[in-house]
Unconditional design. Structure first.
Length: 873
RNA sequence: GGGCGAUUAGCUCAGCUGGUUUAGAGCGUCUGCCUUACAAGCAGAGGGUCUGCGGUUCGAAUCCGUAAUCGCCCACCA
């Protein structure tokens, strides 16, 4: 019959078409007179590999981009990667360690060479993987945050902010990652609840060694850095301590008692040990009371010389050891179980150490204002809108941003220190020298005298410019591309980077480009397994996306993940969803096989086919309208479901069944052409979701020139649909279902034609279709149902199928009685409502009218049921 | 400790400003079919006191209050 296999095999198809699209440059965009539609990809880590989160995220972006393209917009999806300072540097350090090379034995230049080698080796793998998914990115625009232009943009922006006075350098308490050996921003610290202990330690009173007070702490090792003990001045228990000093246990240091109402009287013992160097609050107390600050830790979390004891030991080992030693010295009052929150590094998971250090910061308060306003007023729309609350809260409590990282991999801070103190900020060395000479008045300075800050900038200090710098909007704001593509249209990202990235991009957009970076932000959910657990390497519950594609095909996986991704919810992923996607591909494939197998002849169009064409035309229109509406609200999975049902239920199960010619018979040309047209439209509607199979089948529909693609075919846009024919067809479906039920109950095969008797009001428009779908010999209008007929009711019309000898009166009675009971109850309900004077008086007329109609319909139906019952008896 | 969101069929979710909803969908389940497009399929069926309690209203899954459970964000109680 035809050469197509009964099962769709995505393997050859996908590679073939991706190559075709690439070869013809179909993803590439250049500014032109069309309306732009722009998305910038959330840049994955340059050395990362594709995981389920990327799959979800990029499938959504691809759907949006492909749809925009088919709506005639100039769609541009810019891909790229992020240098991911901390994690990339960590990977390189680890790799070097394997080779027996220590980072500190290398010069900065040597290390960077290794890092670049690593980047070139693994960089961009993830972008290649995106291609198997079908991502229609404009690969010619692929960018990397450390590309020359983007790097220059970062430096330019640093200079601008510095000149404005919004970047400063200073000693502050920062979050220190002892594993990555760098400072972190507040956002990079994740607090986790941990089961720990509250240790109650005895501090003897100086000069009165029999007396002691008890201090509660979760971190006994930090007593090495204690420089005071604080109590609440209103705490009567400790009034006697005023002006006294206590001895830090084991350490033997005498420290003052200070009184401050910062201390909660009812927490612990009401005595707080003060370690200004290792706790933010203690630091605050230290400043207030001029306490010395003893930094007892080395950068890697071991005890420093200043600690005086346990020097070189790791902080967690010390915690155990010091407790043993304290117990031995009888300085422990008790140990309680205690749950507290401990900050961990987002990248390395190391326990964060608050540490006093010199870092660079951005003042955020002023910068945040326009960014807050934009989201508040929906000038930038968040979908789902619940994220507005989270955003607002963060933005109104925004803190200064620590942007320096003690790393080599990244954008080096453009500050140069002068030989006699002080520094200059400049865009490059030459400029730095000029500024240095100007600042010092010392014309003899040379480059060799200047020392550039060794630190790098936070990765997000480059990615916050992404939508601007990709189009070179920092260095050349008047360029054609920037003016055309910016602001971008939609941003699709995960909610966990709302502060890291989204908020900062909005800030940067207004500050450096004078306009918002995007119009809409669509926040995806987090991909979880079907038990609701986050996917993670350690749990091993994260499927490999490439294996899924191998198994189900890219279209199947795309559909699977989208089916599971209702807007604003986490995704409970399960392989069976991809299976559903794969099955759908097969359904599409086989529908096409059916149509393609038909022989077309110059014969008259059957009335049933004409009706079906008319109906499906209307149905297609109404669904196109629905899809448009849903996509506008980013209700992508619902839009997909609407197209899915249109194809499977309406087109395959009804339309094709109606027009299907008898086996071996040809189809008329009018119907055939209409069917191909419908199929074309359906493929277009499906294309954004399932790009490969739709392209594959589309090529068979019409002759096309090399380089043409469904990617650029016009997306059907809904127009007003004929509501009556849609409603009529729904009635028809019910009627056919009634006949099918009788066939099933009486075990009458579909091949055996039946007579259908009709009693009551009816519309004969669909008779031709009814005859075909029911396999009827005739439709007969009767006054009374034949006693030997089996009946069913649609609306207020009683249909019956005469069945000599096959009728089971008991069954018929039972069926009718069930209906009778249901509608009697229903009618009672409606009547009760209508009998309520206050309802009739207060409810809008339309609502009352509806109730009256319900009543009339129910009465009619009951009458029909009663006559049917009477006839049976 | 503050704030936000959720709770609707076995599962995942729609149900927008109360009344065309007599609570829907997809998947799964059950029953019958290998009917020459597709068993990755076809035809049917069952399944819910809309988390509990109270209130507003002629009318509540929908609005208000309250409790429970779950989730998320934020926060310097050691």
């Amino acid at each position: 019959m035809n050469e197509l296999a009964t099962k769709y095999d995505p393997r050859d198809v996908e590679d073939k078409w991706y190559a075709y699209w690439m070869e013809h440059g179909l993803f590439h965009s250049e500014p032109d007179e069309r309306e732009p539609y722009t998305i910038v990809i959330p840049p994955p880590n340059v050395t990362g590999v594709l995981h389920m989160g990327h799959m979800l995220n990029n499938t959504i972006q691809d759907i949006l981009v492909r749809r925009a393209r088919m709506l005639g917009k100039n769609a541009c999806w810019v891909p790229g990667t992020d240098h991911a300072a901390i994690s990339t540097e960590a990977k390189v350090v680890a790799k070097l360690a394997e080779e027996g090379i220590k980072k500190q034995d290398l010069s900065r230049e040597e290390f960077l060479k290794h890092a670049w080698d690593w980047t070139h080796k693994y960089g961009g793998i993830i972008l290649k993987q995106l291609r198997t998914l079908g991502a229609s990115c404009d690969w010619e625009r692929t960018a990397f945050t450390m590309d020359e232009k983007l790097s220059k943009s970062v430096i330019r922006v640093f200079n601008k902010l510095y000149e404005k006075g919004w970047i400063y350098r200073g000693v502050r308490m920062v979050n220190w990652d002892p594993k990555a050996l760098t400072a972190l921003s507040d956002e990079e610290v994740i607090y986790k609840e941990e089961q720990s202990h509250l240790f109650h330690l005895r501090y003897k009173v100086e000069g009165d060694e029999d007396k002691y007070i008890v201090v509660a702490t979760t971190r006994p090792e930090t007593i090495l850095g204690d420089t005071a003990v604080c109590v609440n001045p209103n705490d009567e228990r400790y009034g006697w301590l005023k002006g006294k000093r206590v001895i830090v246990p084991l350490v033997g240091r005498s420290v003052p008692i200070i009184m401050d109402d910062y201390v909660e009287m009812d927490f612990g013992t009401g005595c707080l040990k003060v370690t200004p160097a290792h706790d933010v609050n203690d630091y605050m107390l230290g400043e207030k009371y001029n306490l010395p600050s003893i930094d007892i830790f080395n950068d890697n979390g071991t005890i420093s010389e200043a600690g005086g004891m346990y020097v070189g030991m790791d902080r967690f080992d010390v915690r155990k050891q010091i407790m043993e030693d304290l117990k031995a010295a009888d300085l422990v009052e008790k140990v309680e179980d205690y749950v507290n929150k401990v900050g961990h590094s987002e990248r390395t998971d190391a326990v964060i150490e608050p540490k006093l250090s010199m870092q660079w910061f951005v003042k955020m308060e002023e910068l945040a204002k326009p960014a807050l306003n934009a989201v508040e007023t929906d000038d930038i729309k968040f979908v789902p809108s619940k994220f507005k609350n989270i955003y607002r809260h963060w933005m109104t409590n925004i803190k200064d941003w620590c942007i320096s990282r003690q790393l080599w991999w990244g954008h080096r801070i453009p500050a140069w220190y002068l030989p006699k103190g002080g520094y200059v900020v400049a865009e490059n060395e030459e400029e730095a020298l000029l500024k240095a000479i100007e600042k010092t008045g010392d014309g003899s300075l040379t480059l060799a005298d200047l020392k550039q800050d060794p630190d790098c900038l936070d990765t997000w200090f480059s990615s916050w410019l992404w939508p601007v710098s990709l189009f070179n909007g920092i260095l050349d704001p008047d360029n054609r591309e920037f003016k055309y593509y910016y602001p971008t249209t939609d941003l699709v990202t995960a909610p966990d980077i709302i502060f890291f990235w989204v908020a900062r991009m909005i800030i940067a957009g207004y500050e450096f480009a004078g306009d918002k970076p995007f119009n809409n932000v669509y926040f995806t959910g987090i991909v979880r397994d079907k038990l609701g657990r986050k996917m993670s390497k350690s749990l091993g519950n994260s499927p490999d996306p490439l294996e899924l594609i191998e198994k189900f095909g890219a279209d199947g996986v795309r559909m699977g993940i989208m089916l599971a991704a209702p807007a604003g919810h986490d995704i409970m992923y399960d392989d069976s969803l991809c299976e559903q996607g794969r099955n759908f591909c097969n359904k599409i494939w086989n529908s096409f096989r059916l149509i393609k197998g038909w022989e077309v002849a110059d014969i008259e169009q059957p009335a049933s086919s004409a009706k079906a064409v008319e109906w499906f035309e209307a149905k297609l229109q109404s669904i196109a309208t629905e899809v448009e509406d849903l996509m506008g609200k980013f209700r992508i999975s619902e839009a997909l479901m609407a197209v899915y049902k249109l194809f499977w239920d309406e087109f395959s199960a009804w339309y094709l069944e109606v027009i299907k010619p008898a086996y071996g018979s040809p189809v008329d040309k009018a119907t055939y052409d209409a069917t191909l047209r419908f199929f074309d439209m359906l493929l277009r509607m499906l294309h954004p979701f399932m790009p490969f199979i739709t392209e594959e089948l589309w090529q068979h529909l019409a002759e096309r020139k090399d380089g043409e693609s469904i990617m650029y075919a016009k997306m059907p846009v809904g127009t007003e649909a004929d509501a009556k024919i849609i409603a009529d067809f729904e009635t028809l479906k019910e009627t056919v279902a009634g006949i099918r039920t009788i066939r099933k109950q009486k075990q009458i095969p579909q091949k055996e034609a039946l007579e259908l008797d009709v009693k009551g009001p009816r519309n004969a428009d669909m008779d031709s279709v009814l005859t075909k779908m029911g396999n009827l010999t005739a439709i007969v209008e009767v006054e009374e149902k034949k006693p030997t007929a089996s009946a069913f009711i649609v609306g207020a019309t009683e249909y019956s199928v005469p069945l000599e000898g096959k009728i089971n009166v008991e069954e018929e009675l039972a069926k009718l009685n069930k209906d009778l009971e249901y509608y009697t109850k229903f009618l009672a309900g409606v009547e009760k409502k209508l009998a309520n004077e206050r309802f009739v008086a207060n409810a809008p007329e339309a609502v009352v009218a509806v109730e009256r109609k319900k009543k009339a319909d129910a009465e009619e139906k009951l009458a029909a049921i009663r006559t049917a019952l009477a006839a049976l008896k």
